[in-house]
Write a protein that binds this ligand. Structure first.
Ligand SMILES: *Cc1c(COP(=O)(O)O)cnc(C)c1O
Length: 393
């Protein structure tokens, strides 16, 4: 069924937990303590499909299950195909491993000079500061270490990581991730951000977090004060479907924005969740309304047991084609594949260039009409002339 955009409703409320006092519901530690983590807790609240029951039985050997009450409310319990449900409830497919899948699909461990720090690009590092999240995405690219279901025994080494960054003046950009950095206490974050700010060559600090989406209650004024104190801190959140854009998330994004935190969004393209032009268009429009700039759409990494969740690359291209030129430029994210084995993120774009010859570059606009821009007055090198062939999907 085609997805119809709902422009007016921002879901809010305590749903299944309406008997809980509001101050508890709004307390993020209550949300954490009351997460759904077992098959039994899940079955008390909804009827599962056989493949979900099977998935839950095995989750603790792969990636733990955890769903905050807030996020659980976003699941349509009567719809086995609910796009929110598929992101957090394990299914049997997780136990099926195909030949192309890997435990470390983007080769992070081989680019890790000290435990918990990935230095792949010349000027920036990925700093993994915890192995825990508020809830677990079933397609997690770091499931080898996140939640510790696979006994990886990751222990974040703040001091080793900080020492590495201090001694590498080429590192101007530090990305805190994990796990989810916003699970750390305000005090720990204050310490970490303070230490990073003391390093003169670190110009840019950002945090990758899905906590605003899983547990917007975590975005307290106290946390916002930490960001104000050490700002500018940038943040990438992770919203996959317009159903996740609730009144609570909108408020959390507003608090972050007003604390001076520029917000971007990273979506993962997931089969039957958001591999659809109407769903994506609705999502990015909602993001803009929440002050969030769509940043990346990721092709799903080849993580073990993800075949049932991975959407096709042609769908990704079709989505970008349907957006660029057809809606606000700010709303259009960059579609990327994180190259299997460790090549980094590579932009994957629809083919707009038709031909480059000595006279002109010939290209198509968003309507498919052909245009040309003369090149007579420029030198054209071979790299440029050799335009790629038309891709057919
Ligand atoms: C994604 C990523 C970054 C940040 O990449 P940007 O394109 O700058 O957002 C940095 N390091 C690693 C290892 C990454 O995977």
């Amino acid at each position: 069924m085609p997805y119809t955009e709902d422009r007016t409703t921002w879901y809010e409320g305590q749903g299944l937990w309406s008997d809980i006092p509001e101050d508890q519901w709004k307390d993020w530690t209550w949300q954490l303590r009351n997460r759904i983590t077992t098959l039994e807790q899940l079955e008390e609240r909804m009827t599962l499909a056989a493949e979900e029951r099977e998935g839950c039985r095995h989750a603790n050997q792969k990636l733990a299950m955890a769903i905050t009450p807030y996020f659980f409310n976003l699941i349509d319990r009567d719809d086995p195909d609910c796009p929110v449900r598929k992101q957090v409830i394990p299914r049997a497919g997780e136990m099926e491993v195909s030949a192309e899948e890997m435990l470390d699909p983007v080769g992070e461990d081989s680019h890790s000079p000290v435990p918990g720090l990935v230095h792949r690009y010349p000027d920036r590092v990925l700093f993994l500061v915890t192995d825990r999240c508020a809830a677990y995405c079933r397609y997690c690219t770091r499931s080898r270490l996140v939640s510790n279901a696979q006994d990886y025994n990751f222990h974040p080494e703040f001091e080793q990581g900080l020492a590495y960054i201090e001694s590498h003046p080429e590192v101007r950009d530090v990305l805190l991730s994990g796990g989810d950095p916003l699970l750390l206490s305000d005090k720990k974050l204050d310490y970490l951000l303070g230490r990073l700010r003391q390093i003169p060559h670190v110009e840019f600090i950002r945090i990758g977090s899905r906590i605003p989406v899983f547990m917007p209650q975590r975005i307290t004024e106290g946390l916002c004060d930490v960001f104000r104190k050490h700002g500018p801190i940038w943040m990438s959140i992770h919203v996959n479907h317009p159903k996740e854009c609730t009144a609570e998330l909108k408020d959390a994004c507003e608090r972050l924005s007003f604390a001076g935190v520029p917000l971007g969004n990273q979506s993962v393209l997931i089969k039957d969740v958001n591999d659809d032009t109407d769903v994506m268009k609705s999502l990015i429009h909602r993001l803009l309304r929440m002050r969030v700039r769509p940043y990346y759409i990721y092709q799903c990494d080849l993580i073990t047991g993800s075949a049932h969740l991975r959407a096709s690359v042609c769908k990704g291209l079709e989505i970008i084609k349907s957006l660029r030129g057809h809606t606000t430029g700010y709303a259009v994210p960059q579609y990327v594949i994180d190259a299997p084995g460790g090549g980094g993120k590579v932009p994957i774009n629809p083919q707009y260039i038709a031909k480059i010859d000595d006279d002109a570059i010939h290209f198509r606009n968003f309507e498919g009409k052909l245009y040309r821009y003369p090149l007579k007055s420029f030198t054209i090198d071979d790299d440029c002339r050799c335009a790629e062939k038309e891709i057919e999907c």
